[in-house]
Design a protein around this ligand. Sequence first.
Ligand code: CA
Ligand code: CA
Length: 149
Amino acid sequence: MLARLVRAQANALQWTMNLMPRFTDVGPDDADRAAIESICDWGIATSEKTFNPENTANWGTLHRWASALKLPANPGLNAKDVANRPLTRADAVIQLWKMLRERGEWLNEDDSWLQADNDHDEDGRNDLDDPLPFDSNNNSVPDRLEYLP
Ligand SMILES: [Ca+2]
Ligand SMILES: [Ca+2]
């Protein structure tokens, strides 16, 4: 969820995945490997050899990771009486939605898209002639919302 939220933002960071798995407990065929390795490269720096993907996440984990990814995490997530509470998927989604709302609407900072001579998604059709200017593989899903397009 965190990786997808980061990717959904303007000027999103690119997915990263090492040739060899970065963690001994997140194998080459793990469906979450790209998300795990990406969020670590994007800001959740760790020198550990293991990621412990089955560990229980708590509200403090969400605060720590969201903050590391420069998302506007509510300080209340890390409050003494809250941080150690188990985090459900529903809790996480609600909190990430709040962070997304906190960011507000935005435009790409580089101002390079939807220009006459620009091909933002590099599919060979200039933006103004491209019915899907943010969809490089033209599958009707904007690239930023795809999992490893
Ligand atoms: Ca294009
Ligand atoms: Ca696409």
